[in-house]
Design a protein around this ligand. Structure first.
Ligand code: INS
Ligand code: FE2
Ligand code: FE2
Length: 275
């Protein structure tokens, strides 16, 4: 088990921060305010059209990871260094506790690589942050649920505002359209890569790791099928490493760790990937 000294210090979201609150608190709130204003069924459809042709770039997974050197996540109250450190912190913590599960180490390393979207001019509210399904009622468990959705075009939609919205009971999360961001994007990129041999569990973790209203809030169970409920434990197992290893001190030595992770990429996701 991962030892966590003080879990309550993570994911602290300050409501309606003012100038007296930290810059980070303001930046996080503004990112979610925009996300909850603009993420709607129409927007997600447009993003699928735009990004699921995989005609933006060709680069290896490691090259994508290195791009996160230039990227600070504005939705995250717990990280204020480039995201590549978070990738190695997550992976190394998993490796310590599960030395034999190399696919899980690699999952930790790459799970946020979808954030390269932001380096192709996508705004952070369409890249980072927690996710939720669009096309049905927004859960009370979404962060800042009370004061950030008032201008969302789907909020009072006759179908999308109902419990099941455009879905059916227990249809399965793969039938649901999630708010567009780094999870769904990387999942689709890897599914489209002909030589990716990561196990299903890995791809599932990548796809839903930001779905906090579900895996942490226990909501949306009425959309889940058996597979989702089976995978929930895996997502939760991953989430502890993803969240509780975030620290801006003790940054990992990337050059030292690089050869091991390059070997895992060669094993599970070799070659140039289409983005
Ligand atoms: O701010 C964070 C960050 O963007 C993570 O990458 C995402 O997975 C989390 O759900 C979110 O809370
Ligand atoms: Fe993430
Ligand atoms: Fe992460």
């Amino acid at each position: 088990m991962l030892q966590v000294e003080n879990p309550a210090t993570f994911r602290h979201y300050i409501d309606e921060p003012t100038e007296n609150d930290s810059i980070i608190a303001q930046r996080v709130f503004n990112t979610y305010k925009q996300m909850h204003t603009y993420q709607c069924v129409d927007f997600v459809r447009k993003q699928h059209d735009r990004w699921l042709k995989f005609d933006h770039d060709r680069m290896t997974i490691y090259q994508a990871l290195e791009k996160l050197n230039e990227f600070i996540d504005e939705s995250d109250p717990d990280v204020d260094v480039p995201n590549i450190y978070h990738a190695f912190q997550t992976a190394e913590a998993i490796r310590k506790i599960y030395p034999d599960q190399d696919w899980f180490h690699l999952t930790g390393l790459i799970h946020d690589c979808g954030k390269v979207l932001a380096l192709y001019n996508e705004p952070q509210w369409a890249v980072t942050g927690d996710t939720f399904p669009v096309g049905c009622q927004f859960s009370e468990k979404i962060v800042y649920r009370k004061n950030t959705f008032e201008n969302n075009p789907d909020l009072n939609h006759p179908i999308y505002s109902t419990k099941y919205g455009m879905y059916t009971p227990n249809c399965g999360l793969d039938q649901c359209m999630m708010a567009w961001g780094h999870d769904e994007y990387l999942y689709r990129v890897l599914s489209n890569h002909p030589t990716c041999t990561l196990p299903d569990e890995s791809l599932y973790i990548i796809r839903y790791h930001s779905f906090y209203p579900w895996h942490a809030g226990n909501d949306y169970m009425y959309l889940c099928n058996e597979k989702d409920l089976r995978m929930l434990e895996s997502v939760r197992r991953f989430q502890k490493f993803d969240l509780y290893t975030k620290t801006d001190h003790d940054l990992p030595n990337i050059d030292e760790l690089k050869p091991y992770y390059l070997s895992l990429i060669e094993k599970y996701i070799p070659g140039l990937v289409a983005w």
